[in-house]
Design a binder for this molecule. Structure first.
Ligand SMILES: Nc1ncnc2c1ncn2[C@@H]1O[C@H](COP(=O)(O)OP(=O)(O)O)[C@@H](O)[C@H]1O
Ligand SMILES: [Mg+2]
Length: 312
């Protein structure tokens, strides 16, 4: 991993006797997208609140942008931007006024303020509605404005707490491309989501939060490989070849209609090579070979024993 933007070790947080984070550890590489995945009530917002200095941890150590959260909270705040789960937009103000308010609160020099505001409105395609009160904005527009407000101070690390929950598919895709644009600019993104597809689409690494613990961590593909169900599918041209292959691969399940053989395996190169070598040994060759990995939904079910929908 490259330089670390966020390092969390043994983080604990309880509300009275309700333990929400029961000692979690993870690391976020600078310039990467890290996604904390979990159903409603899993503790995602609590994690964001602690990491962004809004709430004090009960235990553990956290470093954000090279600063210790416990002793250098001010330096942490200077490096980060936060877009909360519920849009922090002031409904009575216009889009432009909301952004201007952020400029006034930030360290952006006053003479640059107007340019910064105008650029952000353009970048998020909000220029046309900039003069209207945000109470008239759609959910998607509000989220975009909220994110634009987050970007005012040019933060190097951005926390996005469920940035697309409740958005229609089109607004969600717009948000995804905005997030990809930020990453291309070198920004580190800490993203929480209940959507497995979102983590799969955006994240370099994913951690699955369930009942106070991280039950799995890795790249989306690594997580998919951890659970049963990954298999290699071989397709043959004749039934005779299929039968011959089925005899030398006793674990495999044959589908005579499709002329395919389903071979359980982790989908890694080692097992794939062993499989191909075995075919070679018997002078067999498949017309087609593909690795099938389950999606993140399967991962969640396998790891937590319940689907991501359950806690909603
Ligand atoms: N201020 C609070 N006081 C007491 N309990 C809370 C508070 N905030 C959240 N909780 C509880 O902590 C758990 C985790 O909440 P939260 O971090 O908001 O989860 P998520 O963002 O993943 O939905 C939930 O059971 C929630 O009810
Ligand atoms: Mg939340």
């Amino acid at each position: 991993m490259t330089k670390s933007a966020i390092t969390v070790s043994g983080l604990r947080k309880a509300y009275k006797d309700k333990v929400v984070l029961d000692g979690i550890d993870f690391e976020v590489g600078a310039g990467t997208v890290f996604s904390l995945l979990g159903p409603n009530g899993a503790g995602k917002t609590t994690t964001v609140n602690v990491l962004t200095t809004l709430m004090k941890a009960d235990g553990g150590t956290v470093r954000v942008a090279g600063h210790d959260l416990a002793t250098e909270a001010r330096a942490v705040r200077a490096a980060i931007g936060v877009t909360g789960q519920f849009a922090a937009v002031d409904e009575l103000l216009t889009g432009r006024e909301n952004l201007q308010l952020m400029v006034d609160l930030s360290r952006v020099p006053a003479r640059d303020g107007e340019r910064v505001v105008t650029e952000l409105l353009e970048r998020f395609e909000l220029s046309e509605s900039a003069g209207k009160p945000t109470s008239t904005y759609s959910g998607g527009m509000r989220r975009k404005l909220d994110l634009a407000m987050t970007l005012v101070g040019d933060p190097s690390i951005i926390f996005l707490d469920e940035p697309t929950t409740g958005l229609d598919p089109r607004s969600r895709h717009t948000m995804w491309s905005i997030i990809r644009g930020l990453v291309a600019d070198g920004v580190t993104i800490f993203l929480t989501t209940q959507y497995l597809e979102e983590a799969d689409q955006l994240a370099d690494r994913v951690a699955v939060l369930d009942q106070g613990r991280l039950v799995a961590q890795g790249t989306p593909d690594e997580l998919k490989r951890q659970i049963p169900g990954t298999h290699v599918r071989l397709r043959f041209t004749t039934a005779a070849e299929l039968d011959a292959a089925a005899r030398v691969l006793p674990d495999a399940a044959a589908d005579p209609e499709a002329l395919t053989l389903r071979v359980p395996g982790d989908g890694g190169t080692k097992s794939l090579r062993a499989l191909l070598d075995r075919l070679d040994e018997y002078s067999l060759s498949a017309e087609e070979c593909s690795v099938h990995t389950p999606d993140l939904d399967d991962v969640f079910l396998a790891l937590t024993g319940h689907t991501a929908e359950v806690a909603k």
